[in-house]
Design a protein around this ligand. Structure first.
Ligand SMILES: C[S@@+](CC[C@H](N)C(=O)[O-])C[C@H]1O[C@@H](n2cnc3c(N)ncnc32)[C@H](O)[C@@H]1O
Length: 416
């Protein structure tokens, strides 16, 4: 049975002696300084890093070989000289003065072992894995990756009865771009912020499947909009973000796609800043690029399209760069397809220009309807196309695997 008793040492302003001046001693010194310790380094020769720290008075450097008495006043000792005999002498002196001692060259001689550590904000996870530091490091890396990805429950839980007045700090708001619909398309940063949120304000579009990963006591506010129906006005959404943050809660505004692509993210950020609230924007995978990609349409492709424009189908489309080599991506407004297609033809695009309407990209209803500017409105109507959908106009549409089937007389292509 192991006699290891895990502890977190509070070394702030306490003397720690590091005996040795090589890379291991340097690493240990850096870690101790980060934790606020006073560090004495005993070694005749030290690394450039340690020289710089000594010159800056960040450490006390005793520039000679170890001698008894060097440990006086120490709360903790690290022996990392690279010489097992010197390390053993340091360990023996530490033992007799009842000071815990880490020994780099011999775990058995040591009275303290250094764990592999994963840190994220105020969370510190230490891993000991028997005498096998590599195993500990691998485990630590796995823990760190899960922490970063937001797969662990990072959220602070405020004790019952704590009111907003007791909140230690004001809450923060993060506008998280959730990507189109698939949970896997949110960024690791977004996932992590979601894992520590107290309140999640969510849209209809975006990866709503992620909501199932939240703890039961996370408040989820659904401000989802459906076409023609705006249950929660934008001004009220802005107020909600501010109110919850002022009450000391960490708020994630989970948005479909990217917050700044037709997402009114700028207004939400402005509202938070005006109220003095810290706000972060986490970019997301926009549907403008990803939804075409879901059915095999690249928005640019060498020798086919050298650029693309993203606009809403509600905007005037006639002054957008023309030509089959410039892809147009239209968000929203599938119901206005006939008007949009006519306007594009009137602006000079040939009626034969390929078009794809992609519904519910990455979702269970994903389907692509193909046509041309001349006939897409009729085809979409016949197929019963519904929002959300992205419309792509340009020669890149021919690159979709479903285009050939369309030309052979096939109908819309659903996800298999
Ligand atoms: C208000 S805009 C928000 C766009 C979002 N910020 C983005 O970057 O993807 C909503 C429009 O995005 C498009 N959209 C979003 N998610 C979609 C999806 N999974 N499939 C198809 N279209 C989608 C539709 O055109 C929809 O009407």
């Amino acid at each position: 049975m192991s006699d290891l008793y895990p502890l977190g040492l509070r070394v702030g302003d306490r003397l720690v002696v590091v005996v040795g001046g090589g890379p291991v001693a340097t690493r240990r010194t850096r870690g101790l300084l980060d934790a606020g310790a006073r560090v004495r380094v005993v070694a005749p020769d030290v690394t450039d890093d340690l020289v710089a720290l000594a010159v800056a008075d960040a450490v006390e450097h005793v520039a000679r070989a170890y001698a008894p008495g060097d440990l006086d006043g120490a709360w903790l000792v690290h022996a990392a000289t690279g010489d097992p005999d010197v390390d053993a002498a340091v360990a023996a002196d530490a033992e007799s003065s009842r000071t815990f001692c880490v020994v780099a060259s011999d775990a058995e001689l040591a009275t303290a072992w250094v764990p592999a550590v994963a840190r994220l904000d105020d969370v510190v996870m230490s891993v000991h894995a028997g005498r096998d530091p590599r195993r500990a490091t691998r485990l630590r890396d796995a823990v760190a990756a899960s922490l970063e990805a937001g797969e662990l429950p990072l959220r602070r839980v405020r004790p019952a009865g704590t009111s907003s007045a007791d909140a230690v700090r004001p809450g923060r708001v993060a506008l998280v771009g959730g990507g189109p619909a698939a949970p896997g398309l949110v960024t690791a940063r977004g996932r992590r912020l979601l894992a520590s949120a107290d309140v999640v304000v969510v849209d209809r579009l975006g990866p709503r499947g992620l909501l199932a990963t939240l703890a039961d006591d996370v408040e989820v506010i659904d401000v989802g909009k459906t076409a023609g129906n705006h249950p929660v006005p934008q001004e009220r959404i802005n107020e909600l973000l501010v109110e919850h943050a002022l009450a000391g809660r960490d708020v994630v505004r989970l948005k479909g796609g990217d917050p700044y692509v037709f997402g009114r993210g700028g207004e939400e950020v402005a509202a938070c800043r005006a109220a003095g609230i810290e706000v972060e924007v986490v970019p997301g995978v926009t549907s403008a690029i990803s939804v075409p990609a879901a059915v095999g349409i690249p928005v640019t492709h060498r020798q086919v399209a050298a650029g693309f424009s993203v606009l809403t189908a509600h905007e005037a489309v006639d002054d957008v760069p023309g030509g089959p080599g410039h892809t147009l991506v239209l968000l929203m407004g599938v119901t206005r397809l006939a008007v949009t297609a006519e306007a594009l033809v009137a602006a000079g695009r040939p009626p034969s220009t390929p078009v794809a309407v992609v519904e519910d990209g990455y979702g269970p209803r994903q389907r692509a309807t193909f046509g041309t500017l001349g006939d897409i409105a009729a085809r979409a109507e016949a197929a019963g196309v519904r929002p959300p959908a992205v419309t792509v106009v340009g020669d890149v549409v021919r690159l979709a695997p479903g285009w050939a089937a369309h030309e052979a007389g096939g109908g819309p292509v659903s996800k298999v």
